[in-house]
Each structure stands twice: as structure tokens, then as C-alpha cells.
Design a protein around this ligand. Structure first.
Ligand code: NAD
Ligand code: UGA
Length: 429
């Protein structure tokens, strides 16, 4: 079993730290956020992620999982150091690696000979080499450490499951021995392993996210076409998805993809392509469809309200960027809400994962029915399961008009129409 330091206690860092401790490694997880680390030491999970509380408790009880705010101390006896800090977009759409650079600079003087630094955060092509350079410049002895790219493919809301049952493990390193050492950490998981160059490993991560986003934009484009020709996109995607070459996943139309990763990773990939002189028109199209999709949802809500949103009370169900997470970063629901506010609507929202409004100017209600009280339109913006089972007569008793815009095709239109509601979905009549 190995000694591991994980730097960054966010979605990826916590998942990595807890799962590696579960696989019986000795793990110290570091963050600059004192409050977060104090909470974790006391057994409090700072994010909503299924299964994390049990893993944290087990890790603390076995003493295999510890937490620190001091990266230097944490890496001093580590054989592997996982970098899991954020890599947000900068103003040019490029990945901002300042947190990565800061960590590399801080840990360099404390590293043990033979340590492997593992780039787990999503970082553009060239980052393995860059981290190597920053470490060397900050005093790490050149021959005494290796750097590997080991991108993470987990989804929020299913992070633990995805980490422990990966579809594949990708490792990119300049030398085979370093790559193999990283791959060996995952051996108990029995997943296929792709060992490759750092540039290929880095590109695999961006190419995979961009491809998934392309599927979603394709589904959204076919949804728009379905509306124009009188088809039902849900059936169209069902009929397409049974083809194993296409597959059923990531074909759900909606308000557009969001979250902390797809938008920023696509910007970063477009930036990489521009720098390399490649015109990635296909990906530009994916972004354009995605932006249009949010506008289409706002138009549907405006139309449902009779052509103007000024002074109209709208009940919003769901604010997170998808269900089963508390993450609102780059949430399409919030982009739609901002547009509604800009057009003068009054917004009362509900989200099962939130207890504070994430946007100024809206009210957060304690239940979906309360959010719908006296509204002219209810808009379903995130596909939380609890909205699916709401009883139409109970909603009818709350609203002032029976109008629903279902931007996730979550509700059964037949059931709601039977209850006297006018319901508009995405890509279906
Ligand atoms: P996050 O914002 O949830 O967490 C990042 C953490 O790093 C924060 O807690 C922050 O306080 C900490 N941090 C920042 N600077 C630090 C420093 N100098 N020293 C120690 N800690 C520091 O981010 P995340 O969602 O976990 O994403 C991290 C990376 O993983 C990103 O590159 C992202 O693209 C990638 N990724 C994310 C997901 C996901 O589902 N969220 C999945 C795969 C890959
Ligand atoms: C995504 C990828 O699925 C992960 O493999 C990857 O590791 C991660 O990004 C990352 O790099 O951070 P995540 O952001 O958690 O994971 O969310 P997804 O489940 O992929 O959903 C992303 C967005 O697409 C959400 O807004 C979701 O509502 C939307 N979506 C997804 C659709 O509109 N339709 C679909 O069919 C699927």
C-alpha cells in the first residue's frame, strides 16, 4: 500500500482521497480552505455526493485518511501526490493553471525522492511538462520525481461509483515506469488501462468531454427540428439510442449542458485548437446550439406567459446544473432564471439541494408546491426525481394558471394535459 497526498478537497480531490483510502492506501488530503478541512476532520462532507459520508467515516476511523492545510507537510513522505485543484477558464477561454502552479511551487522543496506527481485535474496539452518545469524551478531535484497525467472521468452525483468502477484508467507519462506505478494504484478496480504519452492523455480528457457535449447538442438540434416537423424527440432518441454504435446515453434534450466542466473544457479545447491553427468548426457549432437552447427555453416560458414576462410570477423547479448534485456552477437553470429576471419576471424557485438562493433577486421556497403558489407558469429546469411525482390536482390548487414549461421532458404530458394543464416540453408536441 502506498502513501498518497491529494491536494484540493473539492469534488475530485475528496473522491480521490476517500476512494484511495478505501483501497487501503494511506492518504492525506490538503486544502487551503481551513473551514472545509476542519469540517472534514469532524466527519462533515462539504458537498452532496452519494456514499461520501460512509467513506469519510471509515477513512477517519481507520486513520488511513487524514486532512491538512499544510501541503508541504502532507507531501513530505508521499510516494504519490495527486493535484486536484480547480482549472477554471480565464478571460480568453484558456484553462487557468494558477492554482496548479501555486501548489507545484509550494510542494517542490518538500518532495521525497522517487515521488510521482499525478495531474488529476483537467489540464490542457503540455501541462505534464509544465508541472515538471515549475517543480524543477521551485527546487525539486530533476532526477528525483516523475510527473504523470491521469485524467478523471467521474460525474458529479455518481462520483464514488464512477471512481471505483471506472470505464477506463488513462495514464500519460514520459517514461513507462512512472506510468505503470500510477496504473498499479488502480489495479484492484479491474478497469481497462490506456497508457500513452502525456499529450495524448491530456487530449483524451478534453476530447471525451467535448464528444459528450456534442451528443447533447445534437439531441437539442434534433429536438428543434422535431418541433418544426411534428416529431417527438423522445421517441427519436429512443429509436437512435438502441443502435449500439450510437448508444442511449447523453441524448437527452434539455436547457443545454452546463456544470463546472463541459463549458470550461470546451472553451479550453477551442483555445488549444486555435493555438494549434486548427479551425474546430464542429465544436463551435456545439457551443452555438447550446447557447441557442437556453434562449429557446426562455422563449417557451415567455410564450406560455402570453408573450411578455414583465410582472409575471414564474415558479422554477430546479436550479442545480443537473439532478443529484448541489453544484450550481454554470447551471443552465440559473442562466434561464437570469434572463427571466432581466425581462421583469418575478421568480420563486425550489431546489432540493439548496437552502440559500444562488442568484440575487429570486425567492427560494421550501417545497415545489410552495414555489408554484400563485404563479402564471411553472418551469421545470432541473430533472430532480421529486418533481416527476407531483400530483397534478395538488399543483392545480396552488397555481393561478395551469401552464408548465418542462425543459427536461421530465413530466408525462398525457397525465398533465388530462388534469387541464397546458404543458410544453422540448422537441415534442
Ligand atoms: P473544486 O472547485 O470543487 O475543488 C478545488 C479545491 O481546490 C477547492 O476546495 C480549493 O479550495 C482547493 N485549492 C485551490 N487552490 C489550492 C491550493 N493552492 N492548495 C490546496 N488546495 C487548493 O474543483 P473540482 O470540481 O474538484 O475540479 C477539480 C479539477 O478536476 C478541475 O480541473 C476539473 O475540471 C476536474 N474535474 C472535475 C470533475 C467534476 O465532476 N467536478 C470531474 C472530472 C475532472
Ligand atoms: C461531466 C462528464 O460526464 C464526466 O465524465 C466528466 O468527468 C466531468 O464532466 C468533468 O470533466 O468534470 P458532470 O459535469 O458531472 O460530468 O455532468 P454530466 O452528467 O456529464 O452533465 C453535464 C451537463 O449535461 C448537465 O448540465 C446535464 O444536465 C447535461 N446533459 C447531460 C444533458 O442535457 N443531456 C444529457 O443527455 C446528458
Amino acid at each position: 500500500m502506498s502513501k498518497v497526498a491529494v491536494v484540493g478537497a473539492g469534488y475530485v480531490g475528496l473522491t480521490t482521497a476517500m476512494c484511495l483510502a478505501h483501497l487501503e492506501h494511506e492518504v492525506c488530503c490538503v486544502d487551503i480552505n481551513d473551514e472545509r478541512i476542519a469540517g472534514l476532520r469532524a466527519g462533515v462532507v462539504p458537498i452532496r455526493e452519494d456514499g461520501m459520508e460512509d467513506l469519510l467515516r471509515a477513512g477517519l476511523d481507520s486513520s488511513r485518511l487524514t486532512f491538512s492545510t499544510n501541503a508541504g507537510d502532507a507531501v513530505a513522505d508521499a510516494e504519490f501526490v495527486f493535484l486536484c485543484v480547480g482549472t477554471p477558464s480565464d478571460d480568453n477561454g484558456e484553462a487557468d493553471l494558477s492554482a496548479v502552479d501555486a501548489v507545484a511551487t509550494a510542494i517542490a522543496p518538500h518532495l521525497m525522492p522517487g515521488v510521482v506527481i499525478v495531474n488529476k485535474s483537467t489540464m490542457p496539452v503540455g501541462s505534464t511538462r509544465r508541472v515538471h518545469r515549475v517543480l524543477s524551478e521551485a527546487g525539486a531535484a530533476h532526477e528525483e520525481f516523475g510527473v504523470a497525467s491521469n485524467p478523471e472521468f467521474l460525474r458529479e452525483g455518481a462520483a464514488i461509483r464512477d471512481f471505483l468502477h471506472p470505464s477506463r484508467v488513462v495514464v500519460g507519462a514520459e517514461d513507462a515506469a512512472t506510468a505503470q506505478r500510477v496504473a498499479d494504484l488502480y489495479r484492484p478496480l479491474g478497469a481497462p488501462v490506456v497508457i500513452t504519452s502525456p499529450a495524448s492523455a491530456e487530449l483524451i480528457k478534453y476530447a471525451a468531454n467535448a464528444f459528450l457535449a456534442t451528443k447533447i447538442s445534437y439531441a437539442n438540434a434534433i429536438a428543434a427540428l422535431s418541433e418544426a416537423v411534428g416529431a417527438d424527440v423522445v421517441d427519436v432518441m429512443l429509436g437512435m439510442g438502441y443502435d449500439p454504435r450510437i448508444g442511449p446515453e447523453f441524448l437527452k434534450p434539455g436547457p443545454g449542458f452546463g456544470g463546472s466542466c463541459f463549458p470550461k473544457d470546451i472553451s479550453a479545447l477551442l483555445h488549444t485548437a486555435r493555438e494549434a491553427g486548427y479551425h474546430f468548426d464542429l465544436l463551435d457549432g456545439v457551443v452555438a446550439v447550446n447557447e441557442e437552447q437556453r434562449e429557446r427555453v426562455v422563449t417557451k416560458i415567455r410564450d406560455a406567459a402570453g408573450g411578455s414576462l414583465a410582472g409575471v410570477r414564474v415558479g422554477v423547479w430546479g436550479l442545480t446544473f443537473k439532478a443529484n448534485t448541489d453544484d450550481v456552477r454554470d447551471s443552465p437553470a440559473i442562466a434561464v432564471v437570469r434572463d427571466l429576471l432581466a425581462e421583469g419576471a418575478e421568480v420563486v424557485a425550489h431546489d432540493p439541494a439548496l437552502d440559500h438562493p444562488p442568484v440575487e433577486g429570486i425567492t427560494l421556497a421550501p417545497s415545489p408546491l410552495e414555489a408554484a403558489k400563485a404563479t402564471a407558469v411553472v418551469a421545470v429546469l432541473t430533472e430532480w426525481d421529486e418533481y416527476r411525482w407531483i400530483d397534478p390536482p395538488e399543483l392545480a390548487a396552488m397555481v393561478s394558471e395551469r401552464r408548465i414549461v418542462d425543459a427536461r421532458n421530465l413530466l408525462d404530458p398525457v397525465v398533465w394535459r388530462r388534469a387541464g394543464f397546458v404543458i410544453t416540453g422540448i422537441g415534442r408536441l
